[in-house]
Design a protein around this ligand. Structure first.
Ligand code: PMP
Ligand code: GLU
Length: 403
């Protein structure tokens, strides 16, 4: 049999998508599953955004567009980056891609040579490792700890910097930890990037989902030098409940933006023309639906965190951003539930789904393989209705009472 490419060897399917798919499959079979798996808002795309998409179809806006996106959308993104983040970009420095995931992929493909070291503070989102590996880069992991609120330990980070360091991938607000980096945290990273000359790929997809008056900062806004090294990634998926429309974007200096645009021009060409029109409506229209969603998420977070901490064998920190909580299950590991030894977070997630019909994502998915600490956690998404949150917590409490 002919061999496939070596790059396929190390790749595993996205664990977050796998949990979401499994939960949806069980639901379609009529099973009553509470889904704390997927990271996507349960809200519908706001009406005015949908209308813009429908109008685009009616007006036959259904042909190829410039590969990096239509000028009107790239201008709207520049305006957003200026107003929300204090960063000035020219529309030619924006590349609109099929989701922030694709924007990240383009960014890594544009800067990472085989063997380049890409620093990943973890727990981190499941796709970072594979995006880096597909570019033949080497993920270099820096652990962040629950006791530090999952903020970066700068001594640990400094130790990982070598002449081969090409970039750091940061994500604040963070998936899966919910950590929001402070201005000082980001400035310290930026200083290191300038000193040692590496890129910052700043994934800001959860920028709007921030609570307790925490503030979001974009490293590219700090100085001209830092901006030149930074690729800012964002999109409309999470903030505007538009996960299926597939609109993300990257902003960077002209050299990098051109490289990302050229890569995309040979891979996917432009993003769906209709979705581009809808994204303009999202960015330029009323922000009221976003504000309402943020308020609801904050309330859900409170109920979720309180509920987890009320379960005798579980605990969590109260995160300040995104819509995930890392539930600490370390006290359950090695114990038996319904005859099954809970050896690790994956087994916990499997048995919980099987016995209590609650879907969560194993902590081990969010970092390098074989790291014991990650097995202390399961990621629970609270991007779901309040009734489901309460019922899910009740089921988890009952499940853990069987330990
Ligand atoms: N970055 C992070 C940290 C995410 O959690 C996600 C969610 N899928 C993405 C990027 C990608 O978002 P999109 O749906 O826009 O591709
Ligand atoms: N980002 C979301 C999550 O972490 C969506 C799934 C994915 O793309 O990984 O659940």
């Amino acid at each position: 049999m002919l061999n496939l490419a070596q790059r396929v060897g190390s790749i595993k399917p996205s664990a977050t998508i796998a949990v979401a798919t499994k939960a949806a499959e069980l639901k379609s079979k009529g099973l009553d599953v509470i889904n704390f798996g997927p990271g996507e808002p349960d809200y519908n795309t706001p009406e005015h955004i949908k209308d813009a998409g429908i109008e685009a179809i009616r007006k036959n806006f259904t042909r190829y567009t410039p590969s990096s996106g239509i000028p009107e959308l790239r201008s709207a993104i520049c305006k957003k980056l200026q107003e929300d983040n204090g960063i000035t970009y020219d529309p030619s420095q924006i590349v609109v891609s099929s989701g922030a995931k694709h924007a990240l992929y383009n960014a890594v493909m544009a800067v990472c040579d085989p063997g380049d070291e890409m620093i990943l503070p973890y727990p981190c989102w499941v796709s970072y490792q594979y995006i880096v590996e597909l570019a033949a880069g080497k993920p270099v992991y820096v652990e962040t700890l629950e006791k530090d609120g999952f903020r970066i330990d700068f001594d640990a980070l400094k130790e990982k910097i070598t002449p081969k360091t090409k970039a750091i991938l940061i994500n604040s607000p963070n998936n899966p930890t919910g950590c929001v980096y402070t201005r000082e945290d980001l400035q310290a990273i930026a200083e290191l990037a300038v000193k040692h000359q590496f890129f910052i790929i700043s994934d800001e997809i959860y920028e709007k989902l921030i609570y307790d008056r925490a503030k979001h900062f974009s490293p590219a806004s700090f100085s001209r030098e830092v901006k030149d090294l930074t690729i800012t990634i964002n999109g409309v998926s999470k903030s505007y409940a538009m996960t299926g429309w597939r609109i993300g974007y990257a902003a960077a200096n002209s050299r990098i933006a051109k490289a990302m645009g050229d890569i995309q021009s040979h891979a996917t060409s432009n993003v769906n023309s209709i979705a581009q029109k809808a994204a303009i409506a999202a960015l330029t229209g009323s922000q009221e639906p976003v504000d309402a969603m943020i308020e609801a998420f904050q309330e859900r977070r409170n109920v979720m965190a309180e509920g987890i901490n009320a379960i005798p064998l579980m605990s969590c920190r109260v995160p300040r951003g995104a819509f995930y909580i890392m539930g600490n299950i370390s006290r359950v590991l090695g114990k038996k539930i319904d005859g099954r030894v809970i050896e690790n977070s994956q087994v916990f997630a499997e048995v919980l789904l099987e016995k209590a019909r609650v879907a969560v994502t194993a902590g081990s998915a969010f970092g390098p393989e074989g790291v014991e600490e990650l097995d202390s956690f399961v990621r629970m998404s609270y991007a779901t209705g309040m009734d489901d949150i309460r019922e899910g917590l009740r089921r988890m409490g009952e499940f853990l009472s069987k330990v």
